[in-house]
Design a protein around this ligand. Structure first.
Ligand SMILES: [Mg+2]
Length: 188
C-alpha cells in the first residue's frame, strides 16, 4: 500500500503558519488589514513567501527591513507546525511507501518541507502548480498492483482526480475524522 499526503493543512498546520506570517509582518509596522488585503490579491498566484514579503515591503515603503531576516524568522517555525498525530502514523510506515503531493510554488513548498525536517520520511516529494491529476495518474500507474491512499484537505483536489485512470486509488478528505479514516485504511 502506498500513501500520498498533501502538505498544507494536512501534514502541516498552514493556518498557524499564516498567523505567524501576520505577526512577523505586524512587528515591522504593517497592519494586519493592509497585509490581509495584499495577501488575498497575491494568493491568486502560486504563493511564494519571499516574493510576497518583497512586494509587500516595497509597497509599504519598508525598504530598510530585511526580507531575508523576516523570511528566516517565519520559516524557523516550520518544524513546530507539523501535524504531530499524522506524523506519528507516517513514522510507523516505511519511507518507500510514503509520498508528498502538494501544489504551489515549488521552491517555497520544498523549503517548507525541508525545514520541517520530514524529507527522509518520504520516498518522493512532488510539487505541482495546481491540479494534482497528472501526478496522481503517474503514481497510480507506477504502483498499479497496490492500493494507493491519498489524503488531502481540499475536496476540489479530490474531485479533480481521474478515478477511471486510477482504479487502485482511495481518497480521504482530511477533515476532523481524517486521521481516523486513515488509521482504518492502514489496519484493513
Ligand atoms: Mg492542503
Amino acid at each position: 500500500m502506498k500513501f500520498i499526503f498533501d502538505f498544507d493543512d494536512v501534514l502541516f498546520n498552514t493556518k498557524k503558519f499564516k498567523e505567524k506570517i501576520y505577526l512577523s509582518v505586524e512587528k515591522v509596522g504593517i497592519s494586519r488589514d493592509v497585509e490581509e488585503t495584499y495577501y488575498k490579491e497575491f494568493r491568486k498566484y502560486a504563493f511564494s513567501l519571499k516574493i510576497f514579503l518583497t512586494n509587500l515591503f516595497a509597497r509599504e515603503k519598508k525598504r530598510s527591513v530585511s526580507v531575508d531576516a523576516i523570511y528566516e524568522e517565519i520559516m524557523s517555525d516550520c518544524e513546530r507546525l507539523l501535524n504531530k498525530d499524522l506524523l506519528e502514523i507516517v513514522q510507523k510506515l516505511s519511507a518507500s511507501d510514503c509520498f508528498i503531493l502538494t501544489s504551489g510554488d515549488e521552491e517555497f513548498q520544498k523549503d517548507k518541507i525541508r525545514r520541517s525536517g520530514i524529507e527522509k520520511l518520504f520516498s518522493e516529494i512532488t510539487v505541482v502548480p495546481d491540479s494534482k491529476r497528472e501526478a496522481m495518474n503517474k503514481i497510480c500507474a507506477q504502483y498499479k498492483d497496490e492500493k494507493v491512499i491519498f489524503i488531502d484537505d481540499k475536496q476540489k483536489f479530490l474531485d479533480d482526480l481521474d478515478l477511471a485512470k486510477c482504479p487502485n486509488l482511495k481518497t480521504i478528505l482530511c477533515d476532523e475524522q481524517g486521521l481516523e479514516k486513515l488509521k482504518a485504511e492502514i489496519i484493513k
